[in-house]
Write a protein that binds this ligand. Structure first.
Ligand code: PGA
Length: 256
């Protein structure tokens, strides 16, 4: 049994991305609630904005938490198309992904945007999941560790102890997202160790030990267990395989 098990609870988050209408989301949430066996993994789902409130209703009274996929850092104002952290909290979210690679690469989120979003999430009393990860070009150039370290540093430097206590980091190598090409358990564990060391350097070893570090990128039922076996892998961020109850539940049960 990895020595972290007593301090860091395993976390599994399903990122539905731009999938599921409200009705489809409610149906999937109901299937998850019905099928989830009690375990030690904390489970959450991240529907698109339009499905958050109805899915919150469907999850009420269950152990499944509600997450949002993104946020804008301002509290309110003339920001057409944007959704604020207090709005997400009021819709029932307790977790918000920030800096997902699709936000960085499709929508142009920079490290500074990710930092502001994480702070907005913390200010609203929720938990940010800060997503980091290198592209294939960066890995091939030998830059993977530096890229990930600097993405972590951009958010974590200057966080207070109370803020650090609600931080989660997700390592998602861009080349593994939606490609069917999963990082090997060794690659995942090696980068998680780098992230933990960088957290320790920035925030102290206590905070580093307490921070859950999730892996994401083509996680499926048949590879979840091997990835989670890494001593520094504390959970999973699941995209494609979270869109169906059977495949997501298999992963949740492998984790718990
Ligand atoms: P995937 O997505 O599981 O479909 O690769 C993971 C993610 O982007 O969070």
């Amino acid at each position: 049994m990895p020595d972290h098990e007593s301090t860091r609870r395993t976390v599994v988050i399903g990122n539905w991305k731009m999938h599921k209408t409200s009705a489809e989301g409610v149906a999937l949430a109901a299937e998850l609630v019905a099928g989830l066996e009690p375990g030690r993994a904390a489970v959450a789902v991240a529907p698109p904005f339009t499905a958050l409130a109805p899915v919150a209703d469907a999850l009420r009274g269950s152990s499944v938490s509600l997450a949002a996929q993104d946020v804008f850092h301002e509290r309110e104002g003339a920001f057409t198309g944007a959704v604020s952290a207090p709005m997400l909290a009021a819709a029932g979210c307790s977790i918000v992904l920030v800096g997902h690679s699709e936000r960085r690469h499709v929508f142009g989120d920079r490290d500074e945007d990710v930092r502001r979003k994480a702070l907005a999430v913390l200010d609203a009393g929720m938990r940010p999941v800060v997503c980091v990860g290198e592209t294939l070009e960066q890995r091939d150039a030998g830059d993977a560790e530096n890229v990930v370290r600097s993405q972590v540093e951009a958010v974590v430097a200057r966080l207070s102890e109370a803020q650090l206590a609600r931080l989660t980091v997700a390592y998602e190598p861009v080349w593994a997202i939606g490609t069917g090409r999963t990082a090997t358990p060794e690659i995942a564990e090696a980068m998680h160790r780098v992230i933990r060391a960088s957290l320790a350097a920035l925030a102290g070893s206590g905070a580093a030990e307490r921070t859950p570090i999730l892996y994401g990128g083509s996680v499926k039922g048949d590879n979840a267990g091997a990835i989670l076996a890494g001593a520094n892998v504390d959970g999973l961020l699941v995209g494609g395989a979270s869109l169906r109850a059977d495949s997501f539940l298999t992963i949740c049960h492998a984790a718990g």
